[in-house]
Design a protein around this ligand. Structure first.
Ligand SMILES: [Zn+2]
Length: 286
């Protein structure tokens, strides 16, 4: 009886061991691009892992909730992130990054370089400086910029010209970094909180804004996601990063426009984390 138990235990250990190694291999060689729109409440955050294992974080959401999400997506020993993009320095996009940048060492940080006066903005400059001292390279966003992560391309599309040093009196939504992540035939357009004015500028800019998946701008505000923009992006899927809020996000107006174009809509408040996996040819929503 005792012997049987031992054999059984050994069997379980071997299976667990194989399972653990499979996970390790999956982490190092996922072969696919994985884009995870994190459910972090009212705010934006997405964690991306490339086929070569590069890790990219776009925005950090409104709180330390991001840290729990990262610990699920990254092995415990991994304390580095290759690229962090801050679309704009507003709390609902930046606060989580303030926590993450104190725990993880970052290779590249892409942001607009605008000026603001707010306590969290001062904190952002401080963590940026600490990352710089650890060797991070700071990139100021400008349309046409291309970053390569293996076979994955990160293409900056907005702002059209560098806004470095420009002072933002109120909202910094007009200064949002818009970036497209491209892997083979599939692409993801991250729009931050841009409004219809910036959408129009993007359409007229001549940049290729076609995308398979659209991160819906400004949590589904009615002042974003115009028909003109949707006609030109032509997404198959749309993701609304949204949580409990008093702004009425996502608005029926934005949701109706998306629905009228026959776009599949996912929302983090209803669907939780929204994950897409692409092999560069085909894309699936997990
Ligand atoms: Zn926002």
């Amino acid at each position: 009886m005792q012997k049987k138990t031992k054999i059984f235990t050994a069997g379980i250990l071997i299976i667990l061991n194989i399972y653990a190694w499979q996970n390790v291999f999956a982490l190092y060689f996922p072969h696919n691009l994985k884009v995870d729109f994190l459910n972090v409440g009212q705010g934006d955050s997405a964690f991306i892992e490339t086929p070569e294992g590069h890790q990219i974080l776009i925005d950090g959401g409104p709180s330390s909730a991001l840290l729990a999400k990262l610990s699920v997506n990254m092995p415990v020993w991994d304390k580095t992130i290759d690229l962090v993009i801050l679309t704009h320095p507003e709390s609902d996009h930046m606060q989580g990054l303030l926590f993450a940048l104190q725990k993880y060492k970052v290779g590249y940080i892409l942001w607009s370089g605008i000026k603001k006066s707010a306590p969290e903005y001062t904190m952002w400059l401080k963590v940026l400086d600490e990352q710089k001292k650890m060797g991070a390279k700071i990139l100021i966003a400008q349309a046409g910029q291309e970053i390569k992560a293996g076979n994955v391309l990160i293409n900056t599309m907005y702002p059209l010209k560098s806004m470095e040093g420009q002072e933002m009196k109120s909202s910094s939504n007009d200064s949002c970094v818009v970036a497209k992540i491209i892997y083979g035939k599939d692409s993801f357009l991250f729009t931050g909180d841009i409004d219809t004015k910036a959408e129009k500028q993007l359409v007229n800019s001549g940049e290729n804004i076609l995308a398979t998946v659209l991160k819906v701008a400004h949590h589904g505000s009615k002042y974003s996601t115009s028909d003109l923009f949707l006609e030109n992006v032509k997404p198959a899927f749309a993701v609304v990063d949204v949580g409990k809020n008093s702004y009425g996000h996502p608005t029926p107006e934005a949701l109706n426009r998306l629905a009228n174009f026959g776009i599949n809509i996912f929302r983090t408040d209803k669907n939780g984390d929204v994950v897409f996996v692409s092999d560069g040819e085909n894309i699936i929503k997990e």
